[in-house]
Design a protein around this ligand. Sequence first.
Ligand SMILES: [Zn+2]
Length: 413
Amino acid sequence: MTLEKLLKRIDDDRDELVALFQALVRAPSPNPPGNTLDAAEVVSDFLKSKGLSVEVIEPLENAPNLISSFTCKDDGRHLVLNGHLDTYPCDDADRWQYDPYGGTMANGAVYGRGASDMKAGTAAIAAVHAYLYTLRRELKGKLTFTAVSDEETGGKWGAQYLLEHHDVRGDCLLNSEPGGPTTVRFGEKGSLKLRFKVRTTGCHGAYTHKSRSATKIAASVVRALPAITELPVETSDNLGPMLTGSEAEFDRIHLPGAAEVLRKYTVNVGLIRGGVKMNMLPANCDCDVDIRIPIGGTAAAALQAAEEIVAQHDDVTLEVLSTDEPSWSDPGHPMVAAVQSAAAEVLGTPIHTVTSLGATDARFWREAGVPAVTYGTTATNVAMVDEHTDIDEWINVIKVHALAAYNYLRTTA
Ligand SMILES: [Zn+2]
């Protein structure tokens, strides 16, 4: 089959592809709590309907991971596709214009929780896996599809588990998290998740002379945190291609300020939990803080700065919840070029190679020494009301993944 025929087939199958995407959005999988059984069934049924076998790996009850592999005619590269089935929770359904689990098609887009992050991407690579299966006699090596159920809460029971226990390492990873179709992403920021715990005696709310207030101390800690965003960031030859020349496009996709934030440490006080009732002086306050680490920075430097803040306050201790250093693959890797040229061909516009603000499961493959590339639709309203993905754009992303994967597997390493 020529590549034009493959692209035409994707256009011809548009209704079937959209139906798959909508079915996936209509299978709620908010995490927490993280039950992805229905979503996994939609993807699994689709792959099986195309003649593929699907292995279900369920290290955590009700959170199955899917693996589907096939080998091609000759030996060659092993490409792994990766997406996730779980989504952010939705606690603001009353503010949505459309049912968050309705998969409504409107304004040329499909709406719903996870429609952007990342049921669009997971449906796209499931379709790509099925297309390439029909073309396997033209290809070399092996293609493995993975869809995991623990991405939103850290990945321990998802990508990390599969890499430790199953043959999903491959020679290269192609991940389909949303970002923006004019960008190929070869790296991402790291993160340091911290809990500042304030503990005092506490007392009756009228006797403020008897105890220090845990919430007041926490407020002081929060006021000190922006110092972390001023930490120095190393630059080196490695980091040159990270964004240079792509700042304007990065700001266009992610709104103004994105290029600046990409290069800095950021601090988000995501959760403050303190006090019991108004007329009691609080004895406890926890602040959960999400620090993102730029390429050229380190989690160790951020942790040291956090420890210095703790040292300046009495009654505060620090718990490290998770640490992920920034990660990146060689921007000169053949898969970066394969995605870049496929996207340029499909979209007819210049394609930028960048790194990303948010974390993806690609970091687990990089940790395992495997080059990892991410490409997907625009991240529209992720974790916000009226999350959606434009269907014309999405169809193009399927084409780009299909072309890139096809060309990568046509070549012997
Ligand atoms: Zn995601």
